[in-house]
Design a protein around this ligand. Structure first.
Ligand SMILES: NC(=O)c1ccc[n+]([C@@H]2O[C@H](COP(=O)([O-])OP(=O)(O)OC[C@H]3O[C@@H](n4cnc5c(N)ncnc54)[C@H](O)[C@@H]3O)[C@@H](O)[C@H]2O)c1
Length: 375
C-alpha cells in the first residue's frame, strides 16, 4: 500500500549527535520519529523520554516495525555498514551519519543493495543543505565569482578528545581528521567543483597516545592509530584544483576556512560543518598600490533555520514524491573513496587516482521550507 503524509523514522544510535537530529526531526511536520534503539538500552530509553518519542526499542524491533520507513543510522563509523545493511535488508530507506562505511567494498555494497531494493540511501553531511551553503552555491551557480577554478580549505584544532566523552572512535579506523571532518570539506568541494580525479597527501600522527578530557572516563589514555595532521591536494575531473588541511594537531583553533577562487572573485563560504554563516566575496584589485585595498562584498549571512536532519527531511519528501534527494549514497561513496585515497596517498607518498565518480550535485529549490508541511 502506498503511504502518504509524514514519514516514519526510527533512530539507531542514541549518542552525542542524536540530540542534534532529534531537536529538529521532532519539529519537522513531515517527519514522525517513532522509535529509538541503541545497544545500550538505557541510553535509548533516556533519549525516548527526553524527546517524547513513543518507543525505545531494540534494533530488531525497530526494523520489524512497518511504520518505520527511514532508519537513521547514528552509530559509530565501524557500525555504519552492518546497521545500514540490516536496515536495507529489512526494506527500510536509510540515512547514515558519515562516513558511509569504513572501507570501499562495504560502501559500494550498500549503494548497490539500496539500488537493487529500490530504496533511498542518504549519507551525512547535510550541513550543505543549510541556508548558508545553499545561498553560496546559488550565488556561485549564478556567476557571482565568474567561473570557479580552485579552492583553499582548512580545518584545524587540538582535536575532539577535548569535547567527546567517548572519543576513541575518532582516533581509529573510520576516524581521524580524514574521516571525521573530511566528509564535510570533500563533500563541499564535490558540490562546487564536481567529482575528484586525483589526490596527493602527506600525513602525520602528532601524539601516539591521547587522554579523555571529560566525562566519567576522564584521564583514560588511549592509542591513536590514524593520521592526525593531513595536508592534501585535489585535482577535479572538470579541471579544478584544491589544497586542504585537516588537523587534530594544532593549538590554533581555525575551523571552516573555505575559499573558492573564480575568474571574477574569491568567495569566502560558510563553515561546511555548520548550517549558517556569512558569504563574502573579495574582488580583484583595481590597482597595485600600498596599502593594498581589497574590495569586499557581503553577499549575505544566513541564519540556521534548521540544522541536522535536513538531509533526512529531503529524503523523506523524495520518498513520497519520487526522484532523488541531494545527499545520496553515491556521493557518500565517492567522498569515502576520495578520503581513503587521501590516506593511501599519505602512506605511499604518491599522487593517486580516485576510482569512483559521481553525477553533479543539485541544489534545493529556493522555496524549500522545512517547517511547511509538504506531504
Ligand atoms: N558528536 C558529534 O559532534 C558528531 C557530529 C557530526 C557527526 N557525528 C557522527 O555521528 C556518529 C555518532 O557519533 P556520536 O558522537 O553520536 O557517537 P557516540 O559514541 O556518542 O554515540 C554512538 C551511539 O551508537 C551506539 N551504537 C554503537 N554501535 C551500535 C550498534 N551496532 N547498534 C546500535 N547502537 C550502536 C552506541 O552505544 C552509542 O550510544 C558518528 O558517525 C560521527 O561521525 C558526530
Amino acid at each position: 500500500m502506498t503511504k502518504a503524509g509524514p514519514v516514519g523514522v526510527g533512530i539507531v544510535g542514541a549518542g552525542m549527535i542524536s540530540d542534534f537530529y532529534l531537536e529538529n526531526l521532532t519539529r519537522f511536520p513531515d517527519i514522525r520519529v517513532l522509535r529509538i534503539a541503541d545497544i545500550d538500552a538505557e541510553r535509548a530509553q533516556a533519549s525516548a523520554e527526553k524527546w517524547s518519542v513513543p518507543s525505545a526499542a531494540t534494533t530488531d524491533e525497530l526494523l520489524a516495525d512497518p511504520d518505520v520507513e527511514i532508519v537513521l543510522n547514528l552509530t559509530i563509523p565501524a557500525a555504519h555498514a552492518p546497521v545500514s545493511t540490516a536496515a536495507l535488508e529489512a526494506g527500510k530507506h536509510v540515512w547514515s551519519e558519515k562516513p558511509i562505511a569504513v572501507d570501499r567494498e562495504s560502501a559500494r555494497a550498500l549503494v548497490d543493495l539500496a539500488a537493487e531494493r529500490g530504496l533511498l540511501l542518504g549519507v551525512a553531511p547535510d550541513t550543505l543543505l543549510g541556508r548558508g551553503w545553499q545561498a553560496a552555491m546559488r550565488a556561485i551557480r549564478s556567476g557571482a565569482i565568474g567561473a570557479p577554478l580552485t579552492a583553499v580549505t582548512s580545518f584545524q584544532w587540538q582535536g575532539p578528545d577535548w569535547f567527546h566523552a567517548n572519543p576513541e572512535f575518532l582516533f581509529t579506523q573510520g576516524g581521524g581528521p580524514i574521516f571525521d571532518m573530511g566528509p564535510y570539506y570533500v563533500s563541499a568541494l564535490v558540490h562546487l567543483l564536481g567529482p575528484i580525479a586525483k589526490v596527493a597527501a602527506t600525513g602525520r600522527t602528532g601524539q601516539p597516545k591521547r587522554q579523555i578530557r571529560l566525562g566519567a572516563r576522564k584521564g583514560t589514555e588511549f592509542l591513536v592509530d590514524v593520521f592526525t595532521h593531513v595536508s592534501f591536494l585535489t585535482e577535479f575531473e572538470q579541471g579544478g584544483a584544491a589544497q586542504s588541511l585537516l588537523s587534530f594537531d594544532t593549538a590554533l583553533f581555525r575551523h571552516g576556512v573555505f575559499e573558492i577562487n573564480g575568474t571574477e572573485g574569491t568567495m569566502f563560504l560558510p563553515d561546511p560543518n555548520r548550517f549558517d554563516g556569512e558569504i563574502r566575496i573579495a574582488r580583484p584589485l583595481e590597482k597595485f598600490e600600498r596599502p593594498i585595498e581589497q574590495q569586499w562584498e557581503t553577499i549575505g549571512s544566513a541564519g540556521p533555520e534548521a540544522g541536522r536532519g535536513l538531509g533526512v527531511l529531503d529524503m523523506a519528501r523524495h520518498i513520497r514524491s519520487g526522484g532523488s534527494h541531494i545527499a545520496t549514497g553515491d556521493l557518500g561513496l565517492h567522498v569515502l573513496d576520495t578520503l581513503i585515497t587521501v590516506e593511501e596517498s599519505a602512506m605511499r607518498g604518491e599522487f593517486l587516482s580516485v576510482q569512483s565518480s559521481v553525477e553533479p550535485v543539485p541544489s534545493l529549490p529556493e522555496a524549500f521550507d522545512p517547517f511547511q508541511a509538504a506531504l
